[in-house]
Design a protein around this ligand. Structure first.
Ligand code: ATP
Ligand code: MG
Length: 326
């Protein structure tokens, strides 16, 4: 069994680098924002922030690199992360640009309309500061989401951080988070492939697996990725659960919990944060999958992207009380 695929929690915090946002959610189902309507929020959000919040709530050593504005949307985020046990020392406060935001409204068919302010916000303006250098110097594991590749400042921080973390014996996980159809420009595509190659743990969902592998078919994609040196792959399958594949040929399918879906946003990030924390705390892939599936399922039962992230006790209670698909 691949107990040592990831550096242990004592080796230093899991550091997640990426966008920090508030999310404001329409309370009615329908198309977009072209008329006045009831909204609820601001909720702390941003896939990397959701991930690291769930990692900390699960009991993992966790820290965040990113930026917010000097405004209440920023304080909503930093206060939440800090409350949940995330080291926020390397979250910068931008004196000029506002905190990033996403307005989201669900359509009848479950698809979503968004209004984003990320590129022109503090969310995508952070750098290799002394505080980041200090944090990365004691980091045990780095986690990155594919969305960060669209932010030039994040790309620079990720390149430097990955080199430092690997040099000190730390490990790396990557959630590709890039739709299959999305064509990246050539330079970014090369970076994307390099992050896949560097990953000790890859956390794709659905067709992102084939996108990351560059081949069609689940089995072929898994074989290709393991041959490229990825040590552990966890494929997220939404309401169908998740599967773990490891380099020594181990495969385990974990059924999903049966829950009413209120707000699917953040399921994958909560899954990943819980799974990674469990693995670094020494649990087997099978145990970590149970907590990951529980964290994802619990989060979809609550409105707001990270409002349903659970502590270990909350997840234990959820696991004991919730039936699973067979
Ligand atoms: P996101 O939509 O946040 O990007 P994702 O596509 O990365 O999510 P999903 O596969 O949707 O990831 O969700 C991650 C995990 O959460 C799943 O593997 C599953 O265990 C759990 N999960 C997600 N949605 C549901 C659901 N409707 N019912 C039960 N469990 C769910
Ligand atoms: Mg995803």
């Amino acid at each position: 069994m691949t107990a040592a695929a990831l550096s242990p929690d004592e080796a230093g915090p899991t550091v997640c680098v990426g966008e920090i946002l508030v999310e404001i959610v329409a309370t009615t189902i329908g198309a977009g924002f072209r008329e006045a309507q009831p909204l609820v929020g601001p909720y702390p959000s941003g896939a990397p922030a959701i991930f690291i919040d769930q990692c900390a709530r699960m009991g993992g050593n966790a820290a965040m690199v990113g930026a917010v504005g000097d405004d209440d949307f920023g304080r909503v985020n930093v206060d939440r992360l800090e409350r949940d046990g995330v080291d926020v020392s390397a979250i910068a406060v931008d004196p000029e640009f506002p905190t990033g935001s996403a307005f989201v409204r669900y359509r009848q068919d479950g698809s979503r309309d968004f209004v984003f302010n990320i590129k022109t916000s503090a969310a995508s303006r952070f750098g290799w500061t002394d505080r980041v250098i200090d944090l990365i110097g004691r980091c045990g594991h780095l986690h990155v989401m594919g969305t960060a590749l669209s932010m030039p400042s994040a790309r620079d921080v990720i390149d430097r951080a990955l080199a430092v973390v690997k040099a000190r014996g730390g490990t790396f996980s990557f959630d590709p988070n890039v739709r299959k159809e999305l064509k990246l420009d050539e330079a970014i595509e090369r970076r994307f492939a390099a992050l896949v190659d560097a990953a000790d743990l890859l956390l794709p969902s659905g067709e992102e697996l084939e996108r990351a592998a560059g081949v069609d078919g689940e089995e072929a994609a898994i074989d290709r990725l393991l041959a490229r040196g990825v040590k552990e792959i966890v494929l997220k399958r939404g309401a169908d659960g998740a599967t773990c594949f490891t380099a020594d040929g181990f495969r385990f399918d974990s059924p999903a919990f049966v829950v009413p879906e209120v707000d699917p946003t953040g399921a994958g990030d909560c899954f990943g944060g819980a799974y990674l924390a469990c693995r670094r705390l020494g649990m087997s892939p099978v145990e970590a999958l149970t907590y990951g599936c529980a964290a994802g399922a619990r989060n979809v039962t609550v409105r707001g992207p990270m409002e349903g992230a659970g502590t270990r006790d909350e997840l234990d209670a959820f696991i004991a009380a919730t039936p699973r698909r067979s």
